[in-house]
Unconditional design. Sequence first.
Length: 672
Amino acid sequence: MNLIWFILSLFLYFGLSTYGFSKNVSSRPAVVNIGALFTFESTIGRVAKIAIEEAVKDVNSNSSILHGTKLAVTMQDSNCSGFFGMVGALQFMETDIVAIIGPQSSVVAHIISHVANELQVPLLSFGASDPTLSSLQFPFFVRTRQSDLYQMTAVAEVVDYYGWKDVIAIFIDDDYGRNGVAALDDKLAERRCKISYKQGISPGSEVNRGDIMDLLIKVALMESRIIVLHVNPDSGLMVFSVAQYLGMMGNGFVWIATDWLSSVLDSSAPLPPETMDSIQGVLVLRQHTPDSDRKKAFFSRWKRLTGGSLGLHSYGLSAYDSVWLLAHAIDAFFNQGGVISFSNDSRLQSALGDNLHLEAMNIFDDGILLLQCILQSNLAGLTGPIKFNSDRSLILPAYDIINVVGTGFRRIGYWSNYSGLSVVAPETLYAMPPNHSSANQQLYSVIWPGETLLKPRGWVFPNNGKQLKIGVPNRASYRAFVSRVRGSDMFKGFCIDVFTAAVNLLPYAVPYRFVPFGNGIENPSYTELVNMITAGDFDAAVGDIAIVTNRTKIVDFTQPYASSGLVVVVPLKKKNSGAWAFLRPFSRNMWIVSACFFVLIGTVVWILEHRTNDEFRGPPKKQLMTILWRKHCEHPWSNGANHMALCGFDNQLKLHCESDINPHSAASVFAY
């Protein structure tokens, strides 16, 4: 019996699993190994490296977090390469790493997430913002900053706020750029806007100035002047430089850059004057981090560490918070009985053989428990509350909207998923009911490219010779509004005259051609005509098109220039006239009540006048006649009452008669 218990104890201690035999078992070891994978020499990586190192120091110096256990971090440089990122991740798996902080690149995250899934090691990425990484395909991927899904929602709401409809998207042609622009396209469509043209830039060092110049020349020929730039810092600054050379940073253009540019502005020492000149008037998004004493203290500490040569951006704050999040999750992991143990996956050897030496690949046995502890965390970091919702996204997404002006930038407002655009900080709005109404959306004034305060129109007529296709209903009736000239493609009518006059007032030429809609035998469906504009078959439509609710949801109408007026149709009922016709305005009950008040008021008058007025004395018959007669004829006060009563009677009678005979007059009288 003792031998059986001894063998059972050994079995439980070593923790045999279905994958193979476990090793390195410890309930709360002295050191826990974590990894960090990112690009060291990059705008994000240079800041993240220092932030992670400082966070590890702070965690290890605070005995109340891990209760004596220390974190040991090993860093690998992915060099913005999916291949080197995968190699670094595989190297981590040979050293009993329980979690990886990073990567910063969405491309690398897509690759090593498969490794993390297989070996059950959580990834805490402070930089990979590709929305598709949140899918169920990558259960061990945890994002410690906001997804681009929210950033593109903010961009779409800015576009809609200023009343623009078409935008041009320039993006880095990889997982980060493509999926971010796809999210932007969806969010614009929800607001009846669209991406009219999009063009990718080659990732990495392959892109050159000539390629960007060819791209921007195409963009300059487009109708839209709203350009969203979703790239990396190196290619993004080159785009602005070429755009300035081509004159695309002047009046009429609008440039909206995602948070890649805010990381450059926050982390770099004052940018060279030529770089600042090339980004004047640009709108930039930056992940919002609430002000706090802890954040201010860390900024002061950061200046002492770097000597002011390197600024701290939101990615660095997210990297710092990732270490603290992981430390709290590891502590909760130990408190729930988690054990750090690793097993060899026998399936790798049987499937691939021994030539690749994959026996060093270890599976974190309790990786699922650590992942659950991470997702259940609830703490306050430098970036604000760190808590995940059911979609594994951080709660309360918010962004600053800044405007590059002069040698720096100014904040013109905020966007939050809670209340949309506002000039009030999101943390203040969280204490109020959410309000996404258009009247509540506000931003401060913007200095646009070209140093103008006048909001750009957002489009110009393209000078590429394209004609606008104007759909015109080929009516069979009411041809005075619009009709086709028999035997030709010309149209005439009041609507055509209004359209022609409006086009002639424009300060530039607009080539167009009328395209008939309908067979001319019967009136066409105007709803179908409107739908063809949405489908892109027509650029616009001209005609006597009624403005109704379901159509206003899909197209924009001009101001009404013709009105049918308000017409009320009521049946005419003839009633017999006679001696008692005067009783019709009041119902029987109304006449009874009026008679009661008639007698009551007369009695009151008699009581008041009986002592002083001789006319109210004498036989009862005389007094009764005096009450009825004097009240309505001779007494000044009662005469006025009689006058008012008769006027009321006459008006009501008049209103009744006119309502039956002339409904338009009835409306006028009632309105009066």
